[in-house]
Write a protein that binds this ligand. Structure first.
Ligand code: SAM
Length: 405
């Protein structure tokens, strides 16, 4: 969080760049290209670039891809930025007394900012949108995304909007934006070089990405969504609405959630699921033993759901999750050269109090797509901060590293 460039976007689900340093520095031979199927805010790609190592990633959220690309463009000229900044501030001053913005304010944002701040944010957005040179446009858009967080009336992503907390230092968008740009430029002066070593695709890692050749990477470091943890569509909805990528809940479902690994109950329709048909899918057929374990868990979770008020269909979500991850692992296997290791940071889960050994099941699924072995190292205990919630299970969960080879 305090490290130059890595801290340009505070993403709740991000991991530390130190993990990449630890893995890469511990390898006998330097990797040639690192694969990151869930690029998030770009930690793996930025850390690899710092080491002048090539990397390639997928991230299915357009907004996050823009964040990553901005964090990877280190060849930003301060003088050009200053010029743009002059034009931006003139534009804001010219429109101070008018009501002009392109289109309308998004309803969600109206409730998160005071009127003057919201107008400034939209004016900044409108000007930046017109910047033709992409790397400068992305750079300023990322500064503006940070400003969205810093000037909101309440925290907007911890991981979700937290309306019962008030931020003491809200508003003042223009000054915060300027200070953020200044800090980002200073950060760039500390980077080891100005070259670009990473590519990121706005792509779904469950599908074959033709632009990434088979056997082209020799290491994978990633953190997939955890089963029953975050709804990523929800996490980034404020900036996504603000930049016009989405407008409402329906858009988030159609344009964002459907491209994500199923990990929350908002991703699917219960009525579309039929267990008998599911047993005929490629995943189920290639993982018979796992399937019988999953069927038992399915029934237990379903039974527990019937006595809970929410009655969420976590049993269906679990099936979709493992099927989705089967395809992610299959694509990972295609991209990795024989003998390469992959490190996945994962959390296990206990939907409606039924313990699901997520990490181990994914290790087994990895073997079904052609990986030869796996091992698991626990890195921490999680879930304990919810101990006092009476409706929640009190099972201790863990966060692990799954290493597959
Ligand atoms: C746990 S986060 C990764 C965090 C990352 N390690 C970092 O430090 O920022 C998971 C990310 O995977 C993305 N994602 C989920 N499903 C995806 C899919 N099918 N293809 C590509 N990206 C996906 C989410 O949008 C989210 O940004």
């Amino acid at each position: 969080m305090n490290c130059a460039v890595h801290n340009w976007y505070k993403f709740t689900a991000g991991f530390s760049y130190k993990l990449i340093d630890l893995i890469v520095d511990g390898m006998g031979e330097r990797p040639k290209c690192i694969y990151e199927p869930f690029a998030g805010c770009g930690t793996t790609l930025v850390a690899a670039q710092e080491k002048s190592i090539e990397s390639v990633g997928n991230e299915s959220q357009k907004f996050m891809c823009n964040v990553i690309n901005a964090k990877l463009n280190w060849n930003i000229d301060r003088k050009i930025c200053d010029k743009y900044m002059g034009h931006i501030l003139n534009y804001i001053n010219e429109h101070k007394t008018t009501n002009h913005i392109d289109g309308e304010y998004n309803k969600l944002l109206v409730s998160l900012y005071d009127a003057a701040t919201l107008k400034d944010l939209y004016l900044l957005r409108d000007f930046i949108k017109k910047i033709r040179r992409e790397k400068y446009r992305l750079f300023f858009e990322l500064a503006l995304s940070q400003t969205l967080h810093k000037s909101a009336l309440c925290p907007i992503a911890v991981p979700y909007i937290c309306r019962n907390k008030k931020r003491t230092n809200s508003g003042d968008a223009c000054n915060k934006f300027q200070a953020t740009v200044c800090q980002m430029l200073n950060d760039l002066d500390t980077m080891p070089h100005k070259h670009r070593f990473a590519r990121v695709y706005n792509a779904d890692s469950r599908k074959k990405n033709q632009a990434i050749l088979a056997g082209s990477c020799d290491l994978c470091i990633t953190s997939p969504p955890y089963l029953n943890n975050l709804d990523y569509g929800e996490v980034s909805k404020v900036p996504s609405h603000f930049f016009g990528i989405t407008n409402d809940w329906h858009d988030i479902t159609e344009k964002v959630r459907h491209n994500l690994v199923t990990a929350a109950t908002t991703h699917y329709n219960d009525s579309d699921f039929n267990l008998e048909n599911f047993k005929k899918t490629e995943f189920a057929v290639n993982n018979r033993q796992i399937m019988s374990q999953l069927e038992d868990l399915f029934e237990q979770i379903k039974k527990n759901a019937s006595s809970r008020s929410g009655k969420k269909s976590f049993h269906i979500m679990m099936m979709h999750y493992f099927e989705d991850m089967y395809y992610v692992l299959k694509e990972m296997r295609r991209i990795l050269k024989d003998g390469s290791p992959a490190y996945l940071i994962l959390g296990d889960s206990a939907p409606y109090g039924v313990y699901v050994q997520t990490t181990q099941i994914l290790g087994e699924i990895a073997e079904s797509v052609g990986f030869s072995e796996y091992s698991i190292s626990k890195i921490r205990t999680r879930g304990t901060k919810w101990k006092n919630l009476t409706y929640r299970h009190n099972m201790e969960l863990s966060e692990n590293i799954l290493e597959i080879r």
